[in-house]
Design a protein around this ligand. Structure first.
Ligand code: CA2
Length: 146
């Protein structure tokens, strides 16, 4: 059975509780529940992980080398714009990934336009809200089936 790991970075545990005008009103649990439904439909195993700590995300990515993960969907949140450590972890493990952002980072502050991940990602989705995770999930399944 194919396994997809969904990783969410710092502050995304606050989704639905603050700044709904930017990030929408759905919670992270809502997003994961939607992905669990998709995973059941496609007979895929889903792991999900959220952390506010950079080193924990690095360690979870390392773990993905040994836990059967075939594909990663990651919203690195603020670490998108800062983390060479998470980039290096993803580049090291040789598991393909899609980068997802709820907001359109290109429509916001200049510092959000640079990502440490986009040039090594299979694809990038930004600005489509929670739908972006579902699209990434479907794209990951297509890639795994190809
Ligand atoms: O648009 C995205 O998904 C981001 O990755 C979200 C990050 C931001 O730093 C990136 O530039 C773009 C921030 C996540 C913060 O999430 C919150 C959710 C609710 C309330 C407050 C913060």
């Amino acid at each position: 059975m194919a396994t997809i790991l969904v990783i969410n970075g710092p502050n995304l545990n606050m989704l639905g509780r603050r700044e709904p005008e930017i990030y929408g009103s759905e919670t992270l649990d809502d997003i994961i529940e939607g992905l669990i439904e998709l995973a059941d439909e496609y007979n895929v195993r889903l792991f999900d992980f959220q952390s506010n700590a950079e080193h924990e995300i690095v360690e979870r990515i390392h773990q993905a080398m040994d836990d059967g993960t075939n594909y990663i969907i990651i919203n690195p949140a603020a670490f998108t714009h800062t983390s060479v450590a998470i980039r290096d972890a993803l580049a090291t493990i040789n598991v393909p990934f899609i980068e997802v952002h709820l907001s359109n980072v290109y429509k916001r502050e200049a510092f959000r336009k640079h990502s440490y991940f986009s040039d090594i990602a299979d694809g990038v989705i930004a600005g489509l809200g929670t739908k972006g995770y579902q699209l990434a999930f479907e794209a990951a399944i297509e890639k795994l089936e190809a």
